[in-house]
Design a protein around this ligand. Structure first.
Ligand code: SF4
Ligand code: SF4
Length: 289
């Protein structure tokens, strides 16, 4: 896990606890959570908070502290987290924590009093379906505790491995991004065929699936892509879509983990341009939710 966010009012009904899994099998050019890409824990460095006290250097037994530039030498760091503990300025943070399903449930149960709002837990990421055994065990615990379960996926998963737990969840948010195969491979990754066939299976077999499309200027909002998304949704008998507006907050995170993701430098949408995109879907009979 790289984060557990409490009291969220997004990503499902009511007040929710969001659990972010680390690790992803896609690599969207516009990823908002670059710290989620790699499944392994890492140390983030916030240069603007660092006062160069170098207490991190005193505790590091691996000589993995750089005196200039990015504070952590990833080639030497074993991600023990000692430097994070030593830093009084919160300039270092451990991103990624190994939990058992039972550990996770103990944390989620702290929020159970708020789930009376119709809320519950939403598994996000990264890509939670990468961990079917863990997710199955955790979802069984949720069922036993009467907790509403949502899951967010980009859809590249093994249906065979994931069906046993998908049959128990109350809500599946399924992202549609780019529908042209070569553009998909370039900007998002391999697996479009699997993604679309999983989407079709869930939609046609009565799963509580809701489709979402992140709107990314020049990437997912082109006429061709919007038309392809409309045609696909119609072909599987689905008439609703959540449109998610792009923001570039993920780009700030690239620096704190010394990530390799390129910064796209895209501007945000105006209200008018968003309305025009929504109108295009609505005209084609796809309701925006
Ligand atoms: S302990 Fe924190 S503030 Fe001090 S040098 Fe290390 S990262 Fe910077
Ligand atoms: S996480 Fe551990 S090994 Fe890595 S830099 Fe910090 S103290 Fe050193």
């Amino acid at each position: 896990m790289f984060d557990i966010q409490r009291f969220s009012i997004h990503d499902g009904p009511g007040i929710r606890t969001l659990v972010f899994f680390k690790g992803c099998n896609l690599h969207c050019d516009w990823c908002q959570n670059p710290e989620a890409h790699d499944a392994q824990p890492t140390i983030a460095f916030y240069a603007d908070r660092c006062c160069e006290s170098f207490s991190c250097e005193e505790v590091c037994t691996e000589q993995a502290i750089n005196r200039s530039g990015f504070r952590i030498n990833a080639d030497r760091c074993t991600v023990c987290g000692d430097c994070v503990e030593s830093c009084a300025y919160s300039a270092l943070r451990l991103i990624g924590e190994r939990l058992t399903p039972e550990d996770l449930m103990d944390r989620v149960l702290l929020d159970k009093p708020y789930f009376g709002s119709g809320g519950g837990v939403t598994l996000s990421g990264g890509e939670p379906t990468l961990y079917p055994k863990f997710v199955s065990r955790f979802i069984n615990l949720c069922v036993r505790n009467g907790i509403h379960i949502g899951i967010e996926t980009a859809g590249r998963f093994s249906l065979e491995k994931c069906l046993p737990f998908l049959e128990k969840v109350d809500l599946i948010y399924f992202d549609l991004k780019v529908l042209d195969p070569s553009r998909h491979e370039q900007a998002v990754g391999k697996g479009l065929e699997t993604i679309l066939s999983n989407a079709e299976y869930l939609a046609k077999n009565g799963f509580p699936v809701e489709f979402r499309m992140p709107l990314v200027p020049g990437h997912t909002d082109t006429e061709e892509n919007i038309d392809a998304a409309i045609a696909f949704l119609k072909s599987i008998g689905h008439q609703k879509l959540h449109l998610l507006e792009y923001h570039n907050m993920g780009e700030v995170k690239i620096d704190i983990i010394q990530g390799k993701q390129l910064k796209l430098g895209l501007s945000r949408y105006t209200d008018e341009s968003l309305a025009a995109i929504a109108h295009r879907f609505e005209q084609a009979g796809i309701e925006q939710v």
